[in-house]
Design a protein around this ligand. Structure first.
Ligand SMILES: Nc1nc2c(ncn2[C@@H]2O[C@H](COP(=O)(O)OP(=O)(O)OP(=O)(O)O)[C@@H](O)[C@H]2O)c(=O)[nH]1
Ligand SMILES: [Mg+2]
Length: 404
């Protein structure tokens, strides 16, 4: 199953109909008064949350939406007919953003909820409106007002409960392959993963959560190094970050320094995101002889000053992976239950997610601009290749569900 999570469209509401100039023509009345009617209102454009759709794929194909204009006014003071509004059906959970103003217009969170995204123009006035004691026969009418035009980005977050973070090669993709049906490529070189992968982790018969595997971060990522932080938005709404650290990197770098790079980059990118609870996963323990594992891992924890939760795993052999999976399910279930039972907690959570998303979205935009400026400078410096320009459209997020 494939989820496309972003679409950019343009919408235009209908213009108002024109008011008209008209005079009564009656038998035996040589000069009738004005009777030009007002124009009708142009159609509005709304987005509406619809539970029959769960992707934005349609908006990849049809990108322009226009409501009709209102009818012109008629004689005998008839107002023009208003045009029908149009409704763009989007999945529940879609966020609507005005890309010109860079503001969120709203979130559609409930079935049937609708948001006005472009307002139809009002109709113009017919000449009847301009009649006064000094002007019994006005020849003035006004045209309809223009309907609003807007460029809109629709964003559907396929919400991940858990996000995998870590340096390239740490074993993130191997991890998600162990616990879900997601099949990202795994290889012994950095940046094997170039796009996010989402997998559904089934635990027991009726419990599951969604895990996101994103490309590795490197030092300087928050300034655009490597693939930068453009994918961090996919872990913005998670409940836990799983920080995967290779205990024995092939380049003989220090696992503690490596972990610190990730903590630093997260912190530099988003304060809110770096506050999300993190679980440290010391991975590739199969590389260390059994009797030394505890000492090596303890040393890392101590030097890192890590006070949070820790697991030891080998995503290659599967050792320790089940324990992480069950632990995650437990904390996620607990949090979900608490949200249902405790409205105050639920509200605080929602507010935190909203802040987080806003910050991540904002910082991603800043990054995008910086990245484009950097690429432009490079091109002008003679490097003609622009293959890796940041393009929001160039990847889809695949969500993998385990077969029934
Ligand atoms: N020995 C050992 N090797 C592992 C383990 N987990 C992953 N690997 C190997 O480490 C390499 C990188 O694994 P990936 O899962 O692709 O790493 P990643 O973190 O997704 O890397 P990027 O996508 O580049 O960010 C591969 O060659 C894996 O086979 C492990 O537990 N033990
Ligand atoms: Mg990977």
């Amino acid at each position: 199953m494939r989820f496309i999570d972003e679409a950019v469209i343009s919408v235009k509401a209908g213009d108002g109909g024109n008011g008209i100039v008209s005079f009564r023509r009656e038998k035996f009345v040589p000069k009738g008064g004005p009777d030009g009617g007002d124009g009708g209102k142009g159609g509005d454009v709304y987005a509406i949350a619809d539970d029959n759709t769960n992707t934005l794929v349609d908006y990849r194909y049809t990108r322009k939406f226009e409501a009709h204009r209102g009818e012109n006014g008629g004689s005998k003071n008839r107002s023009g007919k208003g045009a029908d509004d149009i409704y763009l059906a989007v999945p529940i959970g879609t966020t609507i953003i005005d890309t010109d103003l860079d503001v969120v217009i709203g979130d559609l969170t409930e079935k049937g909820q609708k948001i006005l995204i472009a307002k139809g123009g009002d109709g113009g006035f017919g000449n009847t409106r301009f009649k006064s004691s000094t002007n019994q026969a006005p020849r003035k009418a006004t045209p309809g007002f223009a309907g609003e035009t807007r460029n809109i980005k629709l964003e559907l977050k396929v919400v991940a409960d858990v996000g995998l973070i870590g340096l390239p090669n740490a074993g993130k993709s191997t991890f998600i392959r162990q616990v879900s049906a997601a099949r990202p490529k795994v290889a012994d070189y950095p940046f094997t993963t170039l796009v996010p992968n989402l997998g559904v982790v089934d635990v027991g018969s009726h419990q599951s959560f969604v895990m996101a595997d994103i490309p590795g971060l490197i030092e300087g990522a928050s300034d655009g190094a490597g693939l930068g932080i453009r994918f961090l938005k996919h872990v913005a709404r998670t409940r836990r970050l799983l920080h995967i650290v290779d205990v024995q990197p092939i380049d003989e770098s220090d696992p503690v320094a490596n972990a610190q790079i990730i903590l630093n980059e997260l912190n530099k990118f988003s304060q809110e995101l770096s506050q999300l609870p993190q679980i440290l996963v010391l991975n590739k323990i199969d590389q260390i002889p059994n009797e030394q594992r505890d000492a090596v891992c303890q040393d890392i924890i101590t030097r890192l000053g890590w006070a949070g939760e820790v697991f030891y795993t080998s995503t290659l052999t599967g050792e320790g992976v089940e324990a992480v999976k069950h632990h995650l399910m437990q904390v996620i279930e607990d949090e979900r239950e608490r949200e249902l039972e405790d409205p105050m907690f639920a509200e605080a959570q929602a507010a935190r997610f909203a802040r987080l998303e806003e910050e991540v979205r904002h910082n991603t935009e800043i990054q995008k601009e910086a990245y484009r400026a950097m690429r432009k400078a490079q091109r002008e410096g003679g490097d003609g290749d622009d293959d890796d320009d940041w393009n929001d459209d160039d990847y889809d997020v695949a969500v993998e569900y385990a077969p029934y």
